[in-house]
Design a protein around this ligand. Structure first.
Ligand SMILES: [Zn+2]
Length: 239
């Protein structure tokens, strides 16, 4: 999958590709910005492609490309910004030539789903949850993250530094709590129960809470912030 492209030199472009077997890799498309190039159209961003690479001195060179599919992500900001978030996180998580199990399929699924779901945040939130899980940063959802007592039904504050939700004894009463509805949705996501997750009715308020909790957890664990996440939060704050 084409995660990113960057113009290089007079007519070349460097692509960041996410692959199933080889993890992330960079490859150069020679002459793709010339009008005569047949490669460029197949290498649009988020396209799923079959590529034949030739070893180059620094970067591999794209010798042939065949496009398999491309999600039709409409040019509205809600969708394109979340597609960018998925691509940025997939790239950040991956090391060169080290595949992470399931990341490729998850990324393809999320972008396909983002193109068709009426609620664009549903796919990106699920991607964030499973990505956190794949990185080993799934939050504690059933027991208090500080004292390990089983959480009662009801709202609980979330603490990324503690690693999950807090019971009333451990929580600061001033801390805003996440609703029990949102906590239930998060449990479904981290259980990776995709069938159930897709059937859940998610109100805007619950989706906001789920998004914020996942973003807090992600930002706490990533050493550099994601540009797209910062942008999305600013956009929400301004709306
Ligand atoms: Zn506690």
């Amino acid at each position: 999958m084409v995660l990113r492209k960057l113009d290089y030199g007079d007519s070349d472009r460097i692509y960041t590709l996410l692959t199933k077997e080889h993890g992330k890799l960079g490859a150069i498309g020679r002459g793709v910005r010339k009008t005569t190039s047949k490669l460029a159209a197949a290498l649009e961003i988020y396209s799923q492609v079959d590529v034949l690479l030739a070893h180059g001195r620094n970067l591999d060179v794209i010798a042939q490309v065949e496009r398999k599919r491309k999600p039709r992500i409409e040019a509205d900001l809600a969708r394109t910004s979340r597609a960018a978030l998925i691509a940025e996180l997939a790239e950040r998580m991956s090391e060169d030539r080290h595949p992470i199990d399931y990341l490729y399929d998850l990324t393809c699924w999320a972008l396909d789903e983002l193109a068709v779901d009426p609620e664009p945040r549903r796919a990106s939130a699920y991607f964030l949850a499973v990505a956190l899980d794949l990185m080993g940063y799934a939050p504690q959802l059933a027991a208090c993250a500080r004292c390990n007592v089983k959480l009662t039904a009801g709202a609980h504050p979330f603490s990324a530094p503690a690693g999950g939700f807090l019971c009333p004894a451990c929580a600061d009463p001033a801390e805003p709590a996440v609703s029990s509805g949102a906590i239930k949705v998060l449990r479904v996501m981290f259980a990776r129960d995709l069938d159930l997750y897709r059937r859940l009715r998610l109100s805007t308020a619950i989706m906001d809470e789920v998004d914020d909790t996942l973003a807090d957890q992600l930002e706490y664990h990533l050493d550099r912030r994601l540009n797209t996440l910062r942008f999305l939060r600013r956009m929400r704050a301004g709306s």
